[in-house]
Design a protein around this ligand. Sequence first.
Ligand code: URA
Length: 434
Amino acid sequence: MRMYDLIYTKKLGGALSAEQIAFWVKGAADGSIPDEQSASLLMAICWRGMDTEETLALTLAMRDSGKRMDLSSVPGLKVDKHSTGGVGDKTTLILGPIVAACGVPCPMFSGRGLGHTGGTVDKFAAIPGLKVELTDAEFLHSLKETRFANSAPTGNIAPADKKLYGLRDITATVESIPLITASIMSKKLAGGADALVLDVKCGPTAFMKTLDDARTLAQSMVDVGMAHGMQIRALITRMDAPLGWAIGNALEVMESVEILRGEHGDSELALMSFRLAAEMLIMGGAAKTLDEAQAKVQASLRDGSALETLRRFVALNGGDAKALDDFSRLPQPGQVVDVCADQDGYVSAIDGRALGILAMDLGAGRRDRNDVLDLGVGIRVLAKVGQKVGKGDLLFQVYAKSSQTIVPNLYKLSLEFSMESKPLHPWLMATIGC
Ligand code: URA
């Protein structure tokens, strides 16, 4: 088999066989196929697409490039969740402990952030001492003891994805539905969960900008999951403004804990986290209907069991669980700068992508894979879409290093004002799957 022929076939819009795809993925991962040939095929796939069979074959070849977690020693249906990425998305920190507290084991492998979107692993890393890269034995131990485990994927989960994602990242080939499907689903299938809830983000801040594209991606991932006997369901959720008030790692831990304490219960972030958790409870067999599942979610907040599950998970994995009750133990900024409104009006839009980039520049995110984060910096977003503000009202608090110069106007540019209030768009745009 020659890599040249695969590239040529795809360049002309033809379909690749499962054998050809397996040959490519193996060669890309072991280095026998040069990066320039893989990059060229990636670009051809971006332009020409892949049909369902090719996408399935790519997912399987990537899954089989490494090990598969065996979670069979943990009783019960194991349910995972994946979000396609956003700004301020800390739903895993909230729903993982809730789902576990309601009796459903929740094994999660999470990524580190890159660019304007944050990564769950970085948020957990803001809890002092918490080990965020667990060995298989530690992962299983955490799942058995607390019903919750979260780790950066240990080296050998879908290593071909690591290689191909690295190439996609530098060749503008990330935004391709078959490539995103195979990348996400190969890791999820290797992770060993029985069921998966997908949170497919849609909007200007997300990979998928339109509802049609988000539906196509969601359906593509649902098809791959179902072909493997996985229970799978996707929610398409709006991603334009940041999710919640916190952007930045320690700040996002604080906001998650506040929600687990029962605060901000009607915020979009809380409602979205509760709904995703409820879907997971139904899949895990802990509830039959959405109403029953939602009641269990609320009970786990009221009786404190969800927060206690997070404390136990943190303590078990070497972290300072006291930091969840005393935020002064979390990483702190060198300075806090207030940004206030210089006009009256209604906030009609907040540009999450712009704020994600500003937070990255503060040191909360990585421009380059090797950047070292400052876990205490970030942005407290006090302005809300639809809110009436007056001149002088606080819009943002910027948590920065002491050496950084903050230019308030850069933050104000992320807000759009109007003279009258406009209708709010619902956060849930569609659901797909069984
Ligand atoms: N997240 C992934 O893990 N892979 C993609 O391709 C896109 C988002």
